[in-house]
Write a protein that binds this ligand. Structure first.
Ligand SMILES: Nc1ncnc2c1ncn2[C@@H]1O[C@H](COP(=O)(O)OP(=O)(O)O)[C@@H](O)[C@H]1O
Ligand SMILES: [Mg+2]
Length: 383
């Protein structure tokens, strides 16, 4: 898909910014703190209905205003035109989402229509960080590609919260009836099993894409792997047994759970192991291997979403060009520019100069200053 036009009002430090986008590469450059990332953040509202990093909408609204509006005009791969608008009112903490002027009831209903792949510095945590960072990555990809997965995830979190609250009360002695926990087991197992089975299927399919992307960047001498590591033993191949294994694991942990006051097993405790040549990346990979793996994961994400959503995702690169080298950047951007669009921020106006001309076409450069677009330059070719 192509994002053709953006209008933001009272969005972070942007009072009123509106512009047409290039269908190829869009580079926002300027000094630190001028409002470049804020533009990418507004794009994440069109695609995900929320910020890709802020925890609440209220901090996104301009400091002295009581809300923001973000409007994007998008054209899908098959040529359908959409106007997506997010209107947030801080006074009553209300967010209204409309598509072609019709109100969307639930934010989750929009997710997956306009997929996006985001690479920012924080995402280094996928290969370096904790299991939670990797779960977040997988949940992010799967939520965009499957409405059912997202619904299950939302439901599972609600159930888990209730169950943990009771366990905490048992731990402190406020509740004595242990059966109150068990009331939640059935729904925890049901939604949890759907999540686990989807993660099993995902890892198998995603693995192929990661291998392909990794070999494109660094040849065939290294073999990357993504392995699903659920919080309890269950066969990777067989989906039918997950429910039974989950049930057993809960039974086994029951006393410990009451002692420590939270749910010990389930998808909220899963991990996804990332390996290079059978060695765990987190502990053994070099800095270069980490970067290659991260870019390969992002390329895999791009192709996975393109296929699952039937729509070419947008690629958003926030201040990462200087981190990755030209070869990795070329490969990553090339994934997106065939039918899609790239949005890049950098402090360097010439950040794209080292990239190969066939990868970088239709470049539009925007100088961002104090929450405004100061200048726009069109460059058919770099250099
Ligand atoms: N809610 C807000 N209201 C007004 N200004 C904000 C708000 N949130 C962030 N800012 C300002 O936005 C600027 C940072 O924008 P950002 O897009 O992250 O900069 P960069 O160009 O470095 O990517 C800072 O000057 C910050 O003070
Ligand atoms: Mg920034």
């Amino acid at each position: 898909m192509i994002l053709q036009h953006i209008e933001i009002e009272n969005f972070r430090n942007h009072k009123s910014t509106s512009f047409d986008c290039s269908s190829g590469v869009n580079l926002f450059y300027g000094d630190n703190g001028e409002g470049k990332t804020n533009i990418l953040e507004s794009i994440s509202y069109f695609c995900l209905t929320r910020s890709f990093y802020a925890l609440s909408d209220s901090i996104v609204a301009k400091a002295d205003e009581n809300g923001f509006t973000a409007t994007g005009c998008l054209k899908s791969d098959c040529g359908v035109q959409y106007e997506v608008q997010i209107k947030y009112n801080r006074d009553i903490n209300q967010k209204i989402i409309t598509v072609n002027k019709s109100k969307v009831d639930k934010a989750s209903a929009l997710i997956g229509w306009f997929p996006a792949v985001i690479l920012s510095q924080e995402q280094g945590a996928i290969t370096y960080g904790s299991p939670g960072d990797r779960r977040k990555f997988v949940d992010f990809v799967l939520s965009q590609s499957s409405r059912k997965y997202l619904d299950n995830l939302i439901e599972y979190r609600k159930i888990l919260k209730q169950r943990n609250r009771i366990l905490a009360d048992i731990q402190t002695g406020r509740i004595r009836n242990k059966e109150e926990v068990e009331v939640w087991n059935e729904s925890l197992i049901k939604t949890g099993t759907s999540i686990i089975n989807k993660r099993k299927e995902f890892t198998k399919n995603f693995q192929k894409l990661v291998i392909e992307a990794y070999s494109q960047i660094s040849g065939n001498s290294e073999l990357p792997k993504i392995l699903y590591s659920p919080s309890f033993n269950c066969s990777e191949e067989n989906e039918d047994n997950t429910e039974d294994f989950f049930k057993k694991a809960l039974e086994n942990q029951s006393l410990t759970e009451q002692k420590i006051g939270f749910t010990m097993v389930g998808p909220h405790r899963d991990d996804f192991l990332l390996q290079i040549n059978e060695m765990e990346a987190k502990n053994f990979a070099s800095q270069g291997q980490h970067k290659t793996l991260l870019v390969a994961l992002k390329m895999a994400e791009f192709f996975y979403l393109k296929n699952a959503c039937n729509e070419t995702p947008l690629l958003l690169l926030d201040d990462v060009l200087s981190e990755l080298d030209e070869k990795r950047c070329n490969k990553l951007i090339k994934s997106a520019v065939c039918k899609g669009q790239v949005f890049i921020t950098s402090t360097d106006k010439h950040a794209l100069n080292g990239l190969s001309p066939d990868v970088i076409a239709n470049v539009r450069k925007y100088l961002i200053k104090r929450g405004r677009i100061e200048r726009v330059e069109e460059e058919a070719k770099i250099n």
